[in-house]
Every structure is written in structure tokens, then in C-alpha cells.
Design a protein around this ligand. Sequence first.
Ligand code: SAM
Length: 295
Amino acid sequence: MSEERRAAPSSSRAPVGGGRVATGGVHISAAEPQRAPHRARKRFGQNFLHDHSVVARIVDAIDPRPGQAIVEIGPGRAALTGILIQRAGQIRAIEIDRDLAAALRERFSAGELTLIEADALKLNWCDIASAPLRIVGNLPYNISTPLLFALLPIAERVIDQHFMLQKEVVDRMVAAPGSKTYGRLSVMLQFRYRLIKLFDVPRGAFTPAPQVTSSLVRMQPRAVSELPEIDANSFARVVASAFGQRRKTLRNALSPLLGADHIAAAGVDPKARAETLSVQNFVDLTRQLGAAKTI
Ligand code: SAM
């Protein structure tokens, strides 16, 4: 390990990536500009938060407390990380960008930040989720949907997730049946989590500014006792097939899995389209999949 990596100075040192940084509303000037300024990398979906009032609003919504197992995905230049550490004492974070990871190690002590230099999509999340987690992040937009699916299997070990995402993605997540944006993402996530859209964040709060407005969403996993006893893989198959061909009726879209009689037995009109079905309808169709197999 390099000298630089071994060093564990305190969080009052130079901000990550140079420039000025907000730590609980206090702006600290870069006293030790040791490295070339970090240039935002598009391939890592880097849009860094610079608006301190937005940062404060996000952290207030998260309300981190000492002793909680907080994991930040993509700490970047530490806009959120600094305040999360101030409030919680210590956190873990996952960062893919080696330059940003090195700067984070310089700025925060090992006691404040446990940094996992990795791709959050490839991480074995079960290894991390030994204690109930609070997961947070201004997510890289290019991987946000696969990441939401990658976190589904550990929902049982999660207290909550607060994510900044493209507004359009959050609107799809919370959409109600019958709306244009209601789809596979809405059903899969609403089945497992209570979802609350908290607020929108304008493009100007980021550097560089993204193309679109962002939104903060809170995701609280439903208690296992609340969940219907169905096979998760079968549910995922039914939902994916139903929305695979949105314009088709369920009778056609689900034909490889369920006949019209089984769809009707679930209390669903075989001539209906997927976007009109409630999450409970999909649960009932999944139960029919079990019935269809055994006959
Ligand atoms: N949290 C910072 C902020 O709010 O300013 C940075 C947010 S920026 C939108 C996304 C961050 O996620 C960047 O630091 C980027 O390097 C990191 N990132 C991108 N892809 C990642 C991945 N697959 N795994 C872990 N981190 C990733």
C-alpha cells in the first residue's frame, strides 16, 4: 500500500478533488492543494452536488444517527459524506473512481470512513449487510436501475435507502396503475418497499449540471411478515413477461407462462394490459403460475 493510502489524517484536511467543501454548513478552504483537480468522468455518471442547501436538505431527510450502519454509494467529492460523518460519527462508502477514492482516504481517517473501492453493481452486498443498513447515495444515473434491482435481495437486511435519481426514474418507481410511467420498475419495487418521493432537485445544484431534474426518494423495505408467500423469481418472471410487450393483452403477453383460464382465475381480465394491474394482481397471477405448474 502506498504512503498516501496508509495516511489517515482527520476530516479537517483538504477537500476531496480540491476547491471548497461544505462540512455541516462550514466552508473550508483547500489549505493543501496536493493533487491535480479531479475532472468529472462521464462514464462514472459523475454530477457532483455543490449546492450546500440541497446537501443539508438531503442529509436532514436521511437524519443519520451515531451507531447506525450507514453505507454511501458513490461518495465522490464527499458533498454528502462529510456531513454524514459529522452526524453519524463513521460511515462506510463504496467508490469506483480510484482518484476520488485516494482523495477520500487522505481527507477522512479510517475511523471516520471505511472506504470500499469497488463497483457497487458487482459487490457482494450480503457481505456488507451484517447489521441492518441505511443505504444512501446520489447515484450515478447510468447504473441506477440495475443497482436498485441488485439491492432487492438484501432488502430484508436494510432499514431504509435514500437515493437521488433522475426525476423520471423516481416518477416510474412511485407510479400508480393506469399511469403512463407505471411499469416493471414500479411493480418490482412497490412489492418490496414503501416508496416516498421526497423532493425534486434542479440541474443547477450539480457540477457538471445533468441534462434533467433529479429527485430524492426514500425506500423502506416492507416487513417480511407483510409480504405474500410467493416465489420471488416467479413473481419477477410474471412481471417481466407482462410488461415485456406492453401493448399486448395479458392473454398474449403471458401466454408462455399462463393460459387465459389461469389469468381469469386470478381475478384478472385476460384482455387487460399490464399497466392497468395492481401489485396485488401480479401476486395473484404468480400464485396461478404455481397452480398451472402442478396441474
Ligand atoms: N456523492 C457525490 C455527490 O453527491 O456529489 C457524487 C455523486 S456522483 C452522481 C456518483 C458517484 O458514484 C461518483 O463519485 C462516481 O465515481 C461513483 N460511481 C459511479 N459508478 C459507480 C459504481 N459502479 N460503483 C461505485 N461508485 C460508482
